[in-house]
Design a binder for this molecule. Structure first.
Ligand code: PEP
Length: 249
């Protein structure tokens, strides 16, 4: 059985005080919850506040991006060992907003994935098709390409901590959600690519999250699919009650 993981992607929202307030309100709501793993991914500047606030709880904390070099003259960038050093356990890589606005490619996703694994972070690699690709019947092809390139040059052992998030871009922040069946189909394509790259055992254990307008109202239907191993939640993770309702679906 794969343990589900529910991760919050706060994107570029919240100041450190608001992040601390979120954790104070959220922790009591999930204090009896042990079924799934919970990870908060705040903006970099909130990491120390959130890491301090979750200390002693079951919550993990992740970054929203990394650069692939360990250190160097890369103004404005943050490396995987830096996230580890402040206490992060996870990192989001290849989010569609990075692909759309900041020139992320399948190749940079692969470099970042290797850097995250080398530093001992659990990477959450995002893949997913845009609307035109879905409408043109290209979803499977796009997912195969994204996974194939992202997963290259890694052994099954190295890739064991990997987590993938299937995020159809047309469902992110739009209120549109993939049906549980659409998500399950996409997850099977991703798992098949993982089997090709890493072997059957790593693929069987790979957790594949769904992301795209997950809300308290649709969390149960999505999370009840055996192929869906959790959720990456944007907008609905900003409010402690709403995120707790998703976690407790
Ligand atoms: C995301 O940012 O990864 C995401 C899924 O956002 P939302 O839940 O707002 O669609």
């Amino acid at each position: 059985m794969r343990k589900k993981l529910i991760a919050a992607n706060w994107k570029m929202y919240k100041m450190p005080d608001a992040a601390r307030d979120f954790v104070s309100a959220f922790l009591p709501l999930v204090k009896d919850h042990s079924r799934d793993e919970i990870v908060l991914c705040p903006p970099y500047v909130c990491l120390p506040a959130v890491i301090e606030a979750v200390r002693g709880s079951q919550l993990g904390v992740g970054g929203q991006n990394i650069f692939w070099e360990k250190e160097g003259a890369y103004t404005g960038e943050i490396s995987a060992p830096m996230l580890r050093a402040v206490g992060c356990s996870h990192v989001i890589i290849g989010h569609s907003e990075w692909r759309q606005y900041f020139g992320e490619t399948d190749d940079t996703v692969n470099r970042k994935l290797k850097a995250a694994l080398a530093a001992g972070l659990q990477p959450i690699v995002c893949v997913g098709e845009v609307l035109e690709e879905r409408e043109a019947g290209l979803t499977q092809q796009v997912l195969e390409r994204q996974c194939n390139l992202a997963f290259s040059d890694l052994s099954g052992l190295e890739a064991a901590p990997l987590i993938v998030a299937y995020e159809p871009v047309w469902a992110i922040g739009t209120g549109k959600t993939a049906t549980p069946e659409m998500a399950a189909d996409a997850h099977q394509v991703i798992r098949a690519q993982a089997a090709k790259a890493f072997g059957d055992e790593t693929a069987r254990n790979l957790r594949i999250l769904y992301g795209g307008s997950v809300k308290p109202e649709n969390a149960k239907a999505l999370m009840s699919q055996t192929e869906i191993d959790g959720a990456l939640v944007g907008g609905a993770s900003l409010d402690p009650k709403s995120f707790a309702a998703i976690v407790l679906y």
